[in-house]
Design a protein around this ligand. Structure first.
Ligand code: HEM
Ligand code: HEM
Length: 197
């Protein structure tokens, strides 16, 4: 699934996006399992919050594929992409595909929501309010489910387009080959909707 040796690659994910992604992955894993070690749980969760806020700013001023304008699509486009995906003919996008982009926005939103609910749990107003603790518990686990779906989507796209997306998120580069061919799928059918890159 790695680009063939000598294949031309192009930069896609800038350094900020890559450092943001893998730092968030590591911190999320630690924060999720340290609910009984609050002196670790709370400060690291706030670091995630700062990273997410910085990522949101970067979504307006960052490099081409880091921008929300590059990967936030209308619900209709996301539905059409999912339909193409179901039929194994989803086209390849150099940045996030429409479904991946929607999931990225949802994950960023949930990271802010979970952190905010956690913070409320330790304020004097909500310290003993049971439902707020339920909100934190349920939203944290919902976010975990979304992350499983995110990783499944990444693996699915990697197989469909014969391209190692995890490696691309490490190196920041993807094969330029399909872009040159019009950005279409490596699968048998060719999706006809939306720009490819
Ligand atoms: C080990 C598990 C994970 C793997 C292998 C993984 C892999 C990836 C890959 C390959 C992309 C780029 C997708 C594309 O090509 O369109 C991506 C994007 C993203 N992932 Fe993950 N991911 C993982 C866990 C997580 C976790 C735990 C979070 C959040 C807590 C997360 C949040 C995101 C976000 C927000 C983006 C968008 C990056 C950006 O544009 O800044 N991921 N992930
Ligand atoms: C990304 C951010 C966060 C994640 C993923 C997260 C995740 C979790 C999880 C999974 C639990 C266990 C819930 C249970 O089983 O009942 C928990 C508990 C808890 N979290 Fe967080 N948390 C985050 C942010 C925060 C923040 C910012 C605070 C406070 C400043 C906080 C305070 C607490 C407290 C006090 C508990 C103990 C259980 C409770 O009182 O409900 N969390 N968190």
């Amino acid at each position: 699934m790695a680009p063939a040796q000598g294949a031309r690659t192009v930069p896609v994910w800038d350094r900020f996006v890559r450092v943001f992604h893998w730092t968030t992955v590591g911190l999320f894993a630690i924060v999720f399992v340290t609910d009984r070690v609050q002196w670790i749980h709370q400060p690291l969760a706030y670091v995630i919050l700062v990273l997410v806020l910085a990522r949101i700013v970067w979504g307006f001023v960052g490099s081409r594929h880091a921008r929300f304008a590059d990967f936030v699509h209308r619900p209709r486009t996301v539905r059409a992409y999912l339909e193409d995906l179901r039929h194994g003919r989803a086209r390849r996008y150099l940045g996030h595909n429409p479904a991946g982009g929607a999931m990225v926005v949802a994950i960023l939103f949930m990271l802010v929501f979970v952190t905010a609910s956690g913070w409320l749990c330790v304020t004097p107003e909500f310290l003993h309010v049971e439902w707020m603790h339920h909100v934190h518990h349920i939203s944290a686990h919902l976010l975990l489910l979304m992350i499983f779906a995110h990783v499944a989507g990444v693996l699915w796209s990697s197989v469909l387009h014969r391209e190692n997306l995890v490696r691309a998120m490490i190196t920041g580069r993807k094969s330029a080959q399909l872009e040159a061919e019009g950005g279409t799928t490596a699968g048998p059918g060719v999706g006809a909707r939306g720009p490819a890159v």
